[in-house]
Design a protein around this ligand. Sequence first.
Ligand code: KIV
Length: 278
Amino acid sequence: MKKKLSRFDLQKMKDDGQRAVWITAYDYVTAQLAEESGMDMLLVGDSLGMAVYGYSGTVPVTMDQCIYHTEAVRRAAPNTFVIGDMPFGSYQTGVSKACKNAVRFHKEAGVDCVKLEGGVRVASVIRAISDGGMLVMGHVGLTPQSAGAQGGFRAQGRTAESAQAIIDDARAVYESGAFSLLVEGVPPEVTRLICDDLPIPVYGIGAGDCDGQVMICSDILGLFQAFTPKFVKRYGDVAGEYRKVFTAYIDDVRNGDFPGEEHVYRMIEGETAKLPVK
Ligand code: KIV
């Protein structure tokens, strides 16, 4: 049976130069298949706002929605390190509310850590949750919950000045007690500086090579149709498979080819004769 990784295993992987691989998951089946496939971690990301609920961003996602999906993922993948993503509004309005929501994630959904966006500006929140005995993963660079303030979903840190701000954010996350960090949408040379500077694992999405990668599951599956960011590699065409299956089923039913003899339950022998005669 697969052994669930601990923060110490993840740290050792960084120290040994072994990359960790993870994806987002929002439902039972995906999480089960990911665990079976040997995924190191699963993130129940607030990207579920787009991937599951059809919102245009992550801002409307609520704590209850995150808990609900995380519970399903936890049940499906008991032996995988699960990250609960703190949605917008769950940690921006005070340290005490942030701690309460981090506790909810642990008590109601059984997460192994929580992730939250921001650097210097959320240092006190990371400190408080860590001091409460919970693991925190930071998230710097492109932070979708503040896409408005960042001028949209766009790469960050492309000038030396803005790169320095991200490096400072990464350091603040580490110094506040986070056990790991996710860097999103920044040039690989900036990620490399952060990864070499910080002793904790530094993971990336759209940020080049570092201590591991995360991808949105519906992106790598080729399931999400609205747009494909430059940093996504599609490993399948699951949307195409859905279409094939759905149209074949529609054709079969309309043509009377489904259900066939093999798909029905016949009556017990002798019972048919007792049915009312028409
Ligand atoms: O919500 C999410 O899926 C994320 C990704 C950027 C990994 O945070």
